[in-house]
Design a protein around this ligand. Structure first.
Ligand SMILES: O=C(O)CCC(=O)C(=O)O
Length: 209
């Protein structure tokens, strides 16, 4: 895949590495038992991982029905079950570190890794909660690590209301927890600004999508 990207000017480490989570993740309590943890720059040297993710790792274009027409979903997708090896060792380490940190609170492990590739500002994901499976009825967590150009993740109470904005790129971590998938919605809006590619890696427990 040929997608030019601008390296981060803040993060010049050549080898990708994780920084500690404990005591550094900032928790934002939302309403109705939802919360968001945020740690900018969790991964240093994140462009090394981006280079691998922008390669041929089996990205596919999804299609969905829109009224009478079938249209392409505006982003590329790749999904890893717990069995399949992740394309960069840092992602395996990231899942392990997330599990060590969040297991006491989550009560189960992050297993799957869903990936979205936003090729440019025309790619996006509309307002939604991850409510397929257990996210519909039970509290859970979705941990997102971002690589490449920052794009804002917006969150708002389900059905509407004022939105919160987390700019995510270049190794940033966000974890949506508690009732967030049921009582809040999130999206990555389109932008007319010239932006390079961004890949988001979402770790979820089994049975949450
Ligand atoms: O790109 C992101 O960080 C969010 C992705 C997302 O919301 C999803 O795939 O459900």
């Amino acid at each position: 895949m040929q997608l030019a990207h601008q390296p981060s000017i803040w993060d010049l480490a050549e080898e990708a590495a994780l920084t500690p989570l404990a005591g550094r993740v900032a928790r934002h309590e939302l309403s109705a038992g939802a919360w968001v943890d945020h740690l900018p720059g969790w991964v240093t040297g994140s462009d090394e991982v981006l280079d691998v993710l922008l390669g041929d790792i089996g990205w596919r274009e999804d299609r969905r029905q829109m009224y009478e027409r079938e249209v392409a979903v505006p982003r590329l997708l790749r999904w890893y079950s717990g069995q399949e090896e992740l394309p960069h060792r840092l992602l395996t380490d990231a899942r392990e570190q997330l599990n060590r940190h969040y297991l006491p609170e989550l009560g189960e492990l992050f297993v799957t890794a869903g990936m979205c590739l936003y090729r440019d500002g025309r790619d996006s994901v509309a307002w939604h909660g991850d409510r397929i499976g257990r996210g519909r009825s039970a509290d859970t967590m979705v941990a997102i690590v971002s690589f490449g150009s920052p794009r804002p993740l917006l969150l708002r109470p389900a059905g509407g209301g004022e939105s919160l904005r987390f700019p995510l790129g270049h190794g940033d971590l966000v974890v949506m927890g508690g009732s967030c998938q049921r009582t809040w919605e999130h999206c990555i809006p389109k932008t007319a600004r010239p932006v390079g590619p961004r890949v988001s890696v979402q770790f979820r427990p089994r049975g949450v999508a």
